[in-house]
Design a protein around this ligand. Structure first.
Ligand code: NAP
Length: 469
């Protein structure tokens, strides 16, 4: 009976495809799902992979199918369902077995789950899996956190099913505790910023330059051959030239302009704020999704203030391409800076070059750009991309275009929260003499917070005039 190399709980979109991927790679996988019918359907539809899949709608039977020490992947809805599944699994597992949470967990939950399993002898790994449905089926990017010894139990299977970039597996052990889920969270934060900046550029093309979706699609397809070459730019071209079967119109014109969010972008922004690291592009992207969801208020806002100027922008497509590259550099610089700081605070020793490497294929933000980032971190230097030689050259070449695009947006009444925050970050990052000297003076005035001086060491306080009376 004990013949499966690994077990998987949760036959949703991701779980089902991950199980097929495992079977496809020659490993035997046992599956379980809360709604038992899905197990029957999965086994019935396994086709050529039939000999590598087994399963049961009964949890104890499912566990009895696994080779010891057992490795069980949980791929269910994030949050309480994960705790419920762990509680059901605990009495059925024994010392040496490992539970692997592969969902999009908040890393604080992962840390808590580690401590709750502490002393039971049952191991735990928190792994981030990126790539959506297709990635899960044909090779996702996998970010592993937990004990390195327990990772060894599942390493062969997870490495085999991951995406490959030039033959290198996009799967790596990144650090203890919640490191894997933290890195996945920041991956999603960067993804939010990347997508939002692309949407802002599309907005300039549509409303500023009066371009049709078809024409925009052509431009994005062209850009996919240059420095912006990435999965997100590629799918943007396809989304923009898709036609709606029902209306015959470009599909993008009938899609409601209101986005949902499941939490990872917001968590990224919250973690950055808690760590005291500037991640304004991620914050801008989260805020953009929030305002997108206020469709009714935006309609009312346009009635009150007018729609803004349409079709009057004068900006070249070349400037838009370069601006997107500059914005992207700022967003990735911020995301990696957040990870570097979290690594320091949590003692993770996160391998930044490896993270960039395992994001080169399989995941949603995969791109040529990530290969350049991995090379930059591989050659050492500071954690902020803006001080890495290859990116210094790119930023010097492209920040002028970002400036021109943000100015165009301001003049033409086009919102560009992410691109403009990328520019503001860049300008603040390279301003040796900032303006918080004034802020420090104000803080000392009303709260006696003190300040430091440029010309001597120590803490100082000024005797300010009283404004009372
Ligand atoms: P999904 O299609 O909505 O499937 C949810 C699964 O969770 C189903 O198998 C469901 O079982 C199970 N479930 C829900 N509540 C449960 C509970 N209380 N106890 C036991 N099982 C429960 O979800 P998904 O899209 O595959 O996502 C799974 C995880 O992967 C999530 O953490 C998600 O954030 C993450 N993720 C998703 C994507 C993506 O592109 N979809 C990408 C990366 C990561 P029933 O069939 O019984 O309802």
């Amino acid at each position: 009976m004990e013949e499966a190399d690994i077990g998987l709980i949760g036959l949703g979109v991701m779980g089902e495809n991950l199980a097929l991927n495992i079977a496809d790679n020659g490993y035997k996988v046992a599956v379980y799902n809360r709604t038992a019918d899905k197990v029957d359907a999965f086994l019935a539809n396994a086709g050529d992979l039939k000999s590598n899949v087994m399963g049961s709608g009964e949890l104890a039977t499912f566990i009895s199918m696994l080779k010891r020490p057992r490795s069980v992947i949980i791929m269910v809805k994030a949050g309480d369902p994960v705790d419920q599944v762990i509680a059901e699994l605990k009495p059925l597992l024994e010392e040496g077995d490992v539970i692997i949470d592969a969902g999009n967990a908040n890393y604080h939950d992962t840390v808590r789950r580690f401590s709750e399993l502490d002393g039971t002898g049952i191991g735990f790994l928190g792994i981030g899996v990126s790539g959506g449905e297709e990635g899960a089926r044909h090779g996702p990017s996998i970010m592993v956190g937990g004990s390195e010894a327990q990772w060894k139990n599942a390493e062969a299977v997870l490495t085999a099913i991951s995406a490959k970039f030039n033959g290198e597996a996009c799967c790596a052990y990144l650090g203890t505790g919640g490191a894997g889920h933290f890195v996945k969270t920041i991956h999603n934060g960067i993804e939010y910023a990347d997508m939002q900046m692309i949407a802002e550029i599309y907005g300039i093309m549509r409303d500023g330059l009066g371009m049709s979706p078809e024409d925009c699609a052509k431009v994005f397809k062209e850009w996919d051959k240059g420095p912006l070459d990435s999965y997100l730019i590629e799918i943007t071209g396809h989304v923009l030239d898709a036609v709606d079967d029902e209306s015959g119109k470009p599909l993008v014109e009938v899609i409601l302009d209101a986005a949902g969010q499941k939490g990872t972008g917001r968590w990224s922004a919250i973690e950055a704020l808690n760590l005291g690291v500037s991640a304004t592009t991620i914050e801008g992207a989260v805020a953009a999704r929030s305002i997108s969801a206020m469709k009714g208020e935006r309609v009312r806002g346009e009635e009150i203030y007018g729609a803004g100027v349409k079709g009057n922008a004068t900006i070249s497509l070349e400037a838009l391409e370069k601006a997107l590259l500059a914005g992207k550099i700022a967003a990735y610089a911020q995301g990696f800076a957040v990870m570097a700081k979290a690594s320091e605070e949590n003692g993770w020793n996160l391998p930044l070059a490896t993270i960039a490497k395992i994001w080169r294929a399989g995941c949603i933000i995969r791109s040529r750009f990530l290969d350049q980032i991995s090379q930059a971190f591989d050659s050492g230097g500071a954690a902020n991309l803006l001080t890495q030689p290859a990116f210094i050259d790119m930023m010097k070449d492209s920040n002028g275009a970002l400036r021109a695009v943000v100015a165009t947006c301001a003049i033409n009444e086009l919102p560009a929260p992410c691109l403009s925050s990328a520019l503001a970050y860049f300008d603040a990052y390279r301003q040796a003499r900032g303006t918080t000297n004034l802020t420090q003076g104000q803080r000392d005035f009303f709260g006696a917070h003190g300040f430091k001086r440029l010309d001597k060491d120590g803490d100082f306080h000024h005797t300010w005039p009283s404004l009372i009376g």
